[in-house]
Design a binder for this molecule. Structure first.
Ligand code: HEM
Length: 383
């Protein structure tokens, strides 16, 4: 049995699934993320979940949600997928995107009216434009991708199912197109990638493309929206954002204090895991909390629960003091790109609108009612 306020607590997800959510400090969270008794294997996860849902009289097809991408694969296969994708999604490729990201952010900011919704005008469209640049999605197709991803992110089945069907179909077609006409973007590089004589199968390629769109979009929307909102809500913080170092430190602190990914997606417990005060039983589905890991007073002292964009400058270690990008095998493959995007968004907005302010109280802004992503639904700003 779980202790009343122990390291994990039961929760029921909107689809009826019962999971355990951990709420532990930084070290314990990292140790758990490294534990090889946790499994991500898509087949096992789907079976465990579908079994549970069928028992509740809610049979559900999860094949679209949990596909065989690297995020839902265990070693040794995970290593093959991650190595092949890393071969194409290189630091050099990400670095080469930086000027494009900065220009896109500046253009979006320049087009903002005097009163605007930060999410609609910047935090949502910027990461989507960047993913399109990364994958090589032609400009004329981006509008429909924008609509599908917006629908997919509502988590309303009547919108999500047709939009994800359309997205699957579109990306499958795009991969075929790139096979015929390779360019220098990521999808073509993924088609070429090979290691030890192995290549990505057509199914792996498709699930990878979908993973990149899904993992790279709403998460980054959260980082951009959460960091700008936290800065505008803290007196003096926006004004103090005058150097690239200050911007980088503020983004890191926002990731720690208000992580865009609240809890990791599902892991399945393959064998009992003893935690101080609780056992994670074999067969349970767990989601690992990242918020408590970042606000660990053992790491950040008595001010752990406070947003302090100068934490790094004053000797605190925000950069190493959170697990917002996960840890271990599945550590975020896109963290470098996400940081480039968030820094570019903050810089562009700060440069053009040094007097920007929130139109209202940040504590009252609504957040999307979702399990994994932690994003504001809208953030009204006066520029
Ligand atoms: C994995 C967070 C942006 C691609 C993860 C995980 C976290 C995370 C917590 C681990 C999930 C787990 O353990 O179950 C974030 C945050 C982002 C962000 C907070 C933005 C602020 C991106 C971007 C991309 C990306 C921009 C790519 C374009 C991935 C991939 C994985 C991953 C491919 C799976 C890695 C694996 O399974 O080996 N991310 N992510 N992420 N992320 Fe990100």
């Amino acid at each position: 049995a779980l202790a009343e306020r122990g390291p994990a607590h039961p929760a029921e997800l909107p689809n009826g699934l019962e999971v355990l959510v951990t709420t532990m400090g930084l070290e314990a969270t990292r140790t758990l993320l490294n534990d090889n008794r946790l499994s991500k294997d898509a087949t096992g996860l789907r079976a465990a979940m579908q079994h549970q849902l069928a028992d509740k009289g809610r049979p559900t097809d999860l094949s679209r949600i949990i596909g065989p991408s690297m995020l839902n694969t265990d070693p040794p296969h995970h290593r093959k997928l991650r190595a092949l994708v890393s071969q194409a999604f290189t630091p050099r490729r990400v670095e080469a995107l930086r000027p494009v990201v900065e220009r896109t952010a500046a253009d979006m900011v320049a087009a903002m009216p005097g009163e605007a919704d930060l999410i609609e005008r910047l935090a949502f469209p910027l990461p989507l434009a960047v993913i399109c640049d990364l994958l090589g999605v032609p400009p004329e197709d981006r509008g429909q991708l924008n609509r599908w991803t917006a629908d997919m992110m509502t988590e309303r089945p009547e919108l999500v199912v047709p939009a994800s069907d359309a997205m699957f179909g579109y990306l499958a077609g795009l991969i075929e197109y790139k096979r015929e006409r390779p360019d220098d973007a990521l999808l073509s590089a993924l088609l070429q990638a090979s290691a030890d004589g192995e290549r990505l199968s057509p199914e792996e390629l498709l699930t990878t493309a979908i993973l990149l769109v899904v993992a790279g979009h709403e998460t980054t929307t959260g980082l951009i929206g959460n960091s700008i909102t936290a800065l505008l809500a803290l007196p003096g913080a926006w004004e103090a954002l005058t150097t690239p170092e200050a911007v980088a430190a503020a983004v890191e602190e926002a990731a720690r204090w208000d992580p865009p990914v609240r809890v990791t997606p599902h892991y399945r417990v393959a064998a009992d895991i003893d935690l101080p005060g609780a056992v994670l039983p074999e067969g349970a589905i767990i989601m690992i909390g990242l918020g408590t890991a970042g606000r660990d007073p053992g790491v950040h002292g008595p001010t752990a629960a406070r947003f302090d964009p100068h934490r790094v400058a004053t000797g605190g270690n925000a950069a190493l003091g959170h697990a917002a990008f996960g840890h271990g095998l599945h550590y975020c493959l896109g963290h470098h790109l996400a940081r480039i995007e968030a820094r570019a968004a903050l810089t562009a907005l700060r440069e053009r609108f040094p007097n920007a302010r929130l139109a209202g109280d940040a504590a009252e802004f609504t957040r999307d009612d979702k399990v994994v992503p932690n994003t504001f639904s809208s953030v009204p700003v006066i520029l």
